[in-house]
Write a protein that binds this ligand. Structure first.
Ligand SMILES: Nc1ncnc2c1ncn2[C@@H]1O[C@H](COP(=O)(O)OP(=O)(O)OP(=O)(O)O)[C@@H](O)[C@H]1O
Length: 307
Protein backbone atom coordinates (compact mmCIF):
# COMPACT_ATOMS: atom_id res chain seq x y z
CA UNK A 1 0.00 0.00 0.00
CA UNK A 2 1.27 3.51 -0.84
CA UNK A 3 2.10 6.01 1.87
CA UNK A 4 -0.62 8.66 2.38
CA UNK A 5 2.14 11.24 1.97
CA UNK A 6 5.71 10.79 0.81
CA UNK A 7 8.07 13.71 0.34
CA UNK A 8 11.55 12.97 -1.01
CA UNK A 9 14.55 15.31 -0.85
CA UNK A 10 12.34 18.37 -1.21
CA UNK A 11 14.14 21.71 -1.61
CA UNK A 12 12.87 25.11 -2.68
CA UNK A 13 14.65 28.31 -3.58
CA UNK A 14 13.01 31.75 -3.80
CA UNK A 15 15.19 34.00 -5.99
CA UNK A 16 18.63 33.36 -4.55
CA UNK A 17 17.86 31.99 -1.06
CA UNK A 18 16.89 28.42 -0.18
CA UNK A 19 13.70 28.36 1.93
CA UNK A 20 13.74 24.59 2.55
CA UNK A 21 16.46 21.97 2.00
CA UNK A 22 16.26 18.21 1.75
CA UNK A 23 12.89 17.64 3.44
CA UNK A 24 11.91 13.94 3.71
CA UNK A 25 8.52 12.89 5.10
CA UNK A 26 6.62 9.59 5.03
CA UNK A 27 3.21 9.22 6.68
CA UNK A 28 1.26 5.98 6.43
CA UNK A 29 -1.64 6.44 8.85
CA UNK A 30 -4.62 8.73 9.39
CA UNK A 31 -4.59 11.07 12.41
CA UNK A 32 -3.12 14.49 13.08
CA UNK A 33 0.52 15.14 12.24
CA UNK A 34 1.92 18.49 13.35
CA UNK A 35 4.26 20.60 11.30
CA UNK A 36 5.97 22.78 13.83
CA UNK A 37 8.45 25.60 13.42
CA UNK A 38 9.08 29.22 14.25
CA UNK A 39 8.19 32.07 11.89
CA UNK A 40 10.04 31.78 8.61
CA UNK A 41 11.11 28.16 9.31
CA UNK A 42 9.65 26.90 6.03
CA UNK A 43 6.25 25.43 7.02
CA UNK A 44 4.14 27.35 4.49
CA UNK A 45 6.62 26.70 1.69
CA UNK A 46 6.49 22.95 2.43
CA UNK A 47 2.69 22.93 2.64
CA UNK A 48 2.24 25.03 -0.49
CA UNK A 49 4.44 22.61 -2.44
CA UNK A 50 2.56 19.55 -1.12
CA UNK A 51 -0.73 21.23 -2.08
CA UNK A 52 0.46 22.08 -5.55
CA UNK A 53 0.23 25.85 -5.02
CA UNK A 54 4.00 26.11 -5.53
CA UNK A 55 6.32 24.04 -7.71
CA UNK A 56 9.40 22.77 -5.92
CA UNK A 57 12.92 23.49 -7.13
CA UNK A 58 14.06 19.94 -6.30
CA UNK A 59 12.60 16.71 -4.94
CA UNK A 60 9.36 14.75 -5.26
CA UNK A 61 5.94 14.68 -3.58
CA UNK A 62 3.63 11.64 -3.71
CA UNK A 63 0.09 11.92 -2.34
CA UNK A 64 -1.47 8.50 -1.84
CA UNK A 65 1.13 7.17 -4.29
CA UNK A 66 0.36 9.80 -6.97
CA UNK A 67 3.35 11.79 -8.22
CA UNK A 68 2.49 15.49 -7.90
CA UNK A 69 4.68 16.46 -10.87
CA UNK A 70 3.42 13.75 -13.25
CA UNK A 71 -0.27 13.87 -12.28
CA UNK A 72 -0.97 17.17 -10.47
CA UNK A 73 -4.74 16.88 -10.93
CA UNK A 74 -4.79 13.32 -9.55
CA UNK A 75 -2.65 14.35 -6.56
CA UNK A 76 -4.94 17.34 -5.84
CA UNK A 77 -7.95 15.03 -5.84
CA UNK A 78 -6.39 13.37 -2.77
CA UNK A 79 -5.82 16.69 -1.01
CA UNK A 80 -7.89 19.26 0.85
CA UNK A 81 -6.32 22.57 1.88
CA UNK A 82 -7.27 25.28 4.32
CA UNK A 83 -4.76 28.12 3.99
CA UNK A 84 -4.09 30.54 6.84
CA UNK A 85 -6.73 32.88 5.46
CA UNK A 86 -9.78 30.76 4.52
CA UNK A 87 -10.65 31.28 0.84
CA UNK A 88 -14.27 32.27 1.48
CA UNK A 89 -16.72 34.40 -0.49
CA UNK A 90 -18.44 36.58 2.09
CA UNK A 91 -21.52 37.31 -0.06
CA UNK A 92 -22.30 33.61 -0.67
CA UNK A 93 -24.43 31.57 1.68
CA UNK A 94 -22.73 28.53 3.21
CA UNK A 95 -24.67 26.25 0.85
CA UNK A 96 -23.83 28.32 -2.26
CA UNK A 97 -20.16 28.49 -1.36
CA UNK A 98 -19.83 24.75 -0.67
CA UNK A 99 -21.71 23.94 -3.88
CA UNK A 100 -19.18 26.11 -5.73
CA UNK A 101 -16.27 24.40 -3.89
CA UNK A 102 -17.70 20.99 -4.89
CA UNK A 103 -17.84 22.10 -8.54
CA UNK A 104 -14.20 23.22 -8.40
CA UNK A 105 -13.34 19.77 -7.08
CA UNK A 106 -14.95 18.12 -10.12
CA UNK A 107 -17.56 16.30 -8.04
CA UNK A 108 -20.23 14.87 -10.41
CA UNK A 109 -23.28 17.18 -10.63
CA UNK A 110 -25.61 14.48 -9.37
CA UNK A 111 -23.48 13.97 -6.23
CA UNK A 112 -22.91 17.64 -5.32
CA UNK A 113 -25.99 18.09 -3.11
CA UNK A 114 -25.19 15.06 -0.94
CA UNK A 115 -21.47 15.99 -0.77
CA UNK A 116 -22.39 19.50 0.47
CA UNK A 117 -24.84 18.09 3.02
CA UNK A 118 -22.29 15.57 4.30
CA UNK A 119 -19.52 18.20 4.62
CA UNK A 120 -21.89 20.55 6.50
CA UNK A 121 -22.95 17.76 8.81
CA UNK A 122 -19.39 16.69 9.57
CA UNK A 123 -18.36 20.24 10.41
CA UNK A 124 -21.53 21.08 12.38
CA UNK A 125 -22.79 23.91 10.14
CA UNK A 126 -26.01 22.43 8.69
CA UNK A 127 -28.13 24.91 10.67
CA UNK A 128 -26.26 27.81 9.00
CA UNK A 129 -26.68 26.42 5.50
CA UNK A 130 -28.57 29.48 4.20
CA UNK A 131 -26.70 32.13 6.19
CA UNK A 132 -24.36 34.54 4.37
CA UNK A 133 -20.74 33.78 5.20
CA UNK A 134 -20.14 37.43 6.14
CA UNK A 135 -22.68 37.02 8.96
CA UNK A 136 -20.87 34.04 10.55
CA UNK A 137 -18.52 34.24 13.56
CA UNK A 138 -14.79 33.53 13.04
CA UNK A 139 -15.19 30.01 14.45
CA UNK A 140 -18.00 29.15 12.03
CA UNK A 141 -16.15 30.66 9.07
CA UNK A 142 -13.27 28.35 9.96
CA UNK A 143 -15.72 25.43 9.93
CA UNK A 144 -16.86 26.41 6.45
CA UNK A 145 -13.16 26.52 5.47
CA UNK A 146 -12.71 22.98 6.81
CA UNK A 147 -15.92 21.83 5.07
CA UNK A 148 -14.56 22.98 1.66
CA UNK A 149 -11.31 21.13 2.41
CA UNK A 150 -13.07 17.78 2.98
CA UNK A 151 -15.95 18.09 0.50
CA UNK A 152 -14.31 15.75 -2.06
CA UNK A 153 -13.30 13.22 0.64
CA UNK A 154 -9.54 13.54 0.15
CA UNK A 155 -7.09 11.13 1.84
CA UNK A 156 -5.25 14.09 3.32
CA UNK A 157 -6.25 17.51 4.65
CA UNK A 158 -3.74 20.30 5.16
CA UNK A 159 -4.59 22.96 7.73
CA UNK A 160 -2.28 25.97 7.96
CA UNK A 161 -2.46 27.46 11.49
CA UNK A 162 -6.20 26.66 11.73
CA UNK A 163 -6.82 28.13 15.18
CA UNK A 164 -5.02 31.41 14.53
CA UNK A 165 -7.20 34.42 15.36
CA UNK A 166 -9.99 32.42 17.08
CA UNK A 167 -11.17 33.23 20.60
CA UNK A 168 -10.47 30.64 23.37
CA UNK A 169 -13.89 28.93 23.10
CA UNK A 170 -13.65 28.78 19.31
CA UNK A 171 -10.15 27.29 19.64
CA UNK A 172 -11.52 24.47 21.83
CA UNK A 173 -14.34 23.79 19.34
CA UNK A 174 -11.99 23.92 16.35
CA UNK A 175 -9.61 21.42 18.00
CA UNK A 176 -12.53 19.06 18.71
CA UNK A 177 -13.54 19.25 15.05
CA UNK A 178 -9.96 18.64 13.85
CA UNK A 179 -9.78 15.49 16.01
CA UNK A 180 -13.05 14.26 14.45
CA UNK A 181 -11.84 15.00 10.92
CA UNK A 182 -8.66 13.04 11.67
CA UNK A 183 -10.71 9.85 12.18
CA UNK A 184 -11.33 9.78 8.42
CA UNK A 185 -8.34 11.67 6.98
CA UNK A 186 -4.65 12.30 7.47
CA UNK A 187 -4.52 15.85 8.82
CA UNK A 188 -1.27 17.77 8.39
CA UNK A 189 -1.52 20.76 10.67
CA UNK A 190 0.97 23.59 10.89
CA UNK A 191 1.41 25.61 14.04
CA UNK A 192 4.00 27.47 16.02
CA UNK A 193 2.04 26.80 19.22
CA UNK A 194 3.65 23.87 20.99
CA UNK A 195 0.80 23.25 23.41
CA UNK A 196 -1.62 22.93 20.47
CA UNK A 197 0.60 20.40 18.70
CA UNK A 198 0.97 18.51 21.96
CA UNK A 199 -2.80 18.36 22.45
CA UNK A 200 -3.75 17.38 18.92
CA UNK A 201 -0.98 15.46 17.23
CA UNK A 202 0.15 11.86 17.05
CA UNK A 203 3.42 12.78 15.36
CA UNK A 204 5.52 15.92 15.10
CA UNK A 205 7.66 17.12 12.24
CA UNK A 206 9.70 20.10 13.33
CA UNK A 207 11.28 22.40 10.75
CA UNK A 208 13.88 25.02 11.55
CA UNK A 209 15.94 27.03 9.10
CA UNK A 210 14.34 25.08 6.24
CA UNK A 211 15.44 21.65 7.50
CA UNK A 212 13.76 18.94 9.54
CA UNK A 213 15.27 18.92 13.03
CA UNK A 214 12.88 16.39 14.59
CA UNK A 215 10.38 13.85 13.22
CA UNK A 216 8.87 11.29 15.56
CA UNK A 217 5.88 10.53 17.78
CA UNK A 218 4.59 13.04 20.32
CA UNK A 219 5.72 10.61 23.05
CA UNK A 220 9.26 10.61 21.68
CA UNK A 221 9.15 14.41 21.56
CA UNK A 222 8.03 14.59 25.18
CA UNK A 223 10.65 12.10 26.34
CA UNK A 224 13.22 14.26 24.55
CA UNK A 225 12.47 16.65 27.38
CA UNK A 226 15.25 15.25 29.54
CA UNK A 227 15.40 15.86 33.28
CA UNK A 228 17.52 18.91 33.83
CA UNK A 229 17.45 19.81 37.49
CA UNK A 230 16.40 18.35 40.82
CA UNK A 231 14.41 20.39 43.30
CA UNK A 232 15.16 19.63 46.97
CA UNK A 233 13.74 20.94 50.22
CA UNK A 234 15.64 20.21 53.46
CA UNK A 235 15.08 21.32 57.08
CA UNK A 236 18.85 21.73 57.49
CA UNK A 237 19.87 22.72 53.97
CA UNK A 238 23.70 22.68 53.90
CA UNK A 239 25.89 25.26 52.15
CA UNK A 240 26.04 25.08 48.34
CA UNK A 241 29.72 24.02 48.52
CA UNK A 242 28.75 20.96 50.57
CA UNK A 243 25.96 19.95 48.13
CA UNK A 244 28.36 20.36 45.23
CA UNK A 245 30.59 17.71 46.79
CA UNK A 246 27.96 15.09 45.86
CA UNK A 247 29.39 13.41 42.71
CA UNK A 248 27.46 14.58 39.61
CA UNK A 249 26.08 17.85 41.04
CA UNK A 250 27.40 20.66 38.84
CA UNK A 251 25.62 23.74 40.18
CA UNK A 252 23.37 24.78 43.07
CA UNK A 253 20.77 27.52 42.75
CA UNK A 254 19.03 28.68 45.95
CA UNK A 255 15.23 29.01 45.89
CA UNK A 256 14.58 29.73 49.61
CA UNK A 257 16.60 29.29 52.86
CA UNK A 258 15.70 25.60 52.88
CA UNK A 259 15.20 24.70 49.18
CA UNK A 260 17.24 24.81 45.97
CA UNK A 261 17.62 23.52 42.41
CA UNK A 262 20.50 21.11 41.83
CA UNK A 263 21.93 20.93 38.30
CA UNK A 264 23.47 17.59 37.50
CA UNK A 265 25.24 15.64 34.80
CA UNK A 266 24.89 11.91 34.18
CA UNK A 267 22.10 9.59 35.22
CA UNK A 268 18.95 10.56 37.13
CA UNK A 269 19.76 7.79 39.70
CA UNK A 270 21.59 10.67 41.34
CA UNK A 271 18.38 11.24 43.36
CA UNK A 272 19.20 8.06 45.30
CA UNK A 273 22.68 9.39 46.08
CA UNK A 274 21.17 12.66 47.29
CA UNK A 275 18.66 10.85 49.55
CA UNK A 276 21.42 8.64 51.00
CA UNK A 277 23.79 11.57 51.60
CA UNK A 278 21.00 13.57 53.22
CA UNK A 279 20.21 10.75 55.67
CA UNK A 280 23.91 10.27 56.51
CA UNK A 281 24.31 13.98 57.23
CA UNK A 282 20.94 14.56 58.87
CA UNK A 283 19.92 17.29 56.39
CA UNK A 284 16.20 16.55 56.93
CA UNK A 285 15.17 16.02 53.29
CA UNK A 286 11.40 16.63 53.02
CA UNK A 287 10.95 17.00 49.25
CA UNK A 288 12.85 15.90 46.13
CA UNK A 289 11.70 16.01 42.49
CA UNK A 290 13.23 15.73 39.03
CA UNK A 291 12.34 18.73 36.90
CA UNK A 292 11.97 18.05 33.19
CA UNK A 293 12.90 20.70 30.68
CA UNK A 294 9.81 22.43 29.33
CA UNK A 295 8.63 21.86 25.78
CA UNK A 296 9.69 25.42 25.03
CA UNK A 297 13.23 24.58 26.11
CA UNK A 298 13.28 21.51 23.86
CA UNK A 299 12.02 23.68 21.02
CA UNK A 300 14.85 26.18 21.61
CA UNK A 301 17.40 23.38 21.94
CA UNK A 302 16.33 21.78 18.64
CA UNK A 303 16.18 25.16 16.88
CA UNK A 304 19.67 26.09 18.03
CA UNK A 305 21.05 22.74 16.89
CA UNK A 306 20.50 24.11 13.35
CA UNK A 307 22.20 27.45 13.88
N1 LIG B 1 7.57 34.53 -1.97
C1 LIG B 1 8.73 34.54 -1.32
N2 LIG B 1 9.82 35.14 -1.85
C2 LIG B 1 11.01 35.13 -1.22
N3 LIG B 1 11.22 34.53 -0.02
C3 LIG B 1 10.17 33.93 0.57
C4 LIG B 1 8.88 33.90 -0.05
N4 LIG B 1 8.04 33.22 0.78
C5 LIG B 1 8.76 32.85 1.85
N5 LIG B 1 10.04 33.28 1.74
C6 LIG B 1 11.14 33.02 2.68
O1 LIG B 1 11.29 31.61 2.81
C7 LIG B 1 11.54 31.26 4.18
C8 LIG B 1 10.47 30.28 4.66
O2 LIG B 1 9.21 30.96 4.69
P1 LIG B 1 7.83 30.24 5.04
O3 LIG B 1 6.74 31.23 4.78
O4 LIG B 1 7.76 28.95 4.35
O5 LIG B 1 7.99 29.99 6.61
P2 LIG B 1 6.86 29.63 7.70
O6 LIG B 1 7.49 28.59 8.58
O7 LIG B 1 5.61 29.25 7.04
O8 LIG B 1 6.68 30.99 8.48
P3 LIG B 1 5.32 31.65 9.07
O9 LIG B 1 4.94 30.86 10.27
O10 LIG B 1 5.80 33.04 9.41
O11 LIG B 1 4.30 31.63 7.96
C9 LIG B 1 11.57 32.55 4.97
O12 LIG B 1 12.91 32.95 5.09
C10 LIG B 1 10.79 33.52 4.09
O13 LIG B 1 11.27 34.84 4.27
Amino acid sequence: MSALLKVENLSHRYATAWAIRDINIEINQKGVVGLLGSNGAGKSTTMNIICGVLNQTEGEVYVNGIDKRKDPRGAKRELGFLPQTPPLYADFTVNEYLTYAATLRFIERIKIKSAVEEAMEKTGITHFSSRLIKNLSGGYRQRVGIAQAIIHKPGMVILDEPTNGLDPNQVIEARKLIREIANDHLVLLSSHVLSEINLLCREIIMIEGGRIVFADSIDAFNSYAQPQTIFVKMDNLPAASELQRIPGITKVEAVSPNSCHLYFSGSSTITQTIIRTSIENNWGLSEISLEKSLLDDVFKQLSHSQQ
